[in-house]
Write a protein that binds this ligand. Sequence first.
Ligand code: ADP
Ligand code: MG
Length: 273
Amino acid sequence: AVTESPTAAPAAPAASSPAATRGHVEITDVRKTFGATEVLKGVSLTVPPGGVAVIVGPSGSGKSTLLRTINHLEKVDGGYITIDGELVGYRLRHNKLHELREKDILKQRTDIGMVFQNFNLFPHLTALENVIEAPIVAQGRPKEEARKRALELLDRVGLKDRASAYPRQLSGGQQQRVAIARALALNPKILLFDEPTSALDPELVNEVLDVIRELATSGTTLIIVTHEMGFARDVADTVVFMDEGQIIEQGGPQNIFTNPREPRTRSFFSKVI
Ligand code: ADP
Ligand code: MG
């Protein structure tokens, strides 16, 4: 059960992009246990509207689990998360947290796009059909409108000419770009990326990172788990180093890469950079 109770709505943040007004993420003392193992040990993180947080850290440190709690794929055992002041998965009533109904959770999830390591496209649908599926099914958008918007998004990720291709006819990098267009189709407040280039051949990594770079300047709030340190340095407003279920250190890329304070951060960077 969730034990913490939120005291007040988050303070108005300093937006990192002038256009950004939505997608303020507030993670407060989040705990998650699997069996006897506590994999998130009180994680707190704020990402302002349009902000870009890059999470790095060794395998097993809880990075994926943290992303999954933001997207309702895991329930938290303690603490809470808000997006634009709205509790994720819960609502506040009589000063207690109550779980949202399935219907409300589905609605909340349309505000949160997620891109996975393994693309997760529907294999039996074309690129275009993958992108229009959620707007039509989850949001009830008219087919023509969804189609027009999907073509714009495929254009934005450089794949307008592959709209009718099936995933098996596309390279891994192209599939991941379709997955990004699909995540954007619901006009989410935030986009979560879990190692979006880890499954790609090295020569395909940059075409995906370039698309994410463009998104990073567009005002959508991004939370990105990656092992690509050069990319992190380029796009991050804040780099978050996690180890053993905790945030050990966070800061602007210039600071954290050139002058990490914590021995564990220093040791991790010395191995990966
Ligand atoms: P990371 O993404 O940083 O590699 P994860 O969040 O995937 O780390 O995993 C953190 C820890 O939680 C690991 O020890 C992992 O084995 C464990 N874990 C993750 N998901 C589950 C699950 N569904 N059931 C049990 N243990 C899990
Ligand atoms: Mg992971």
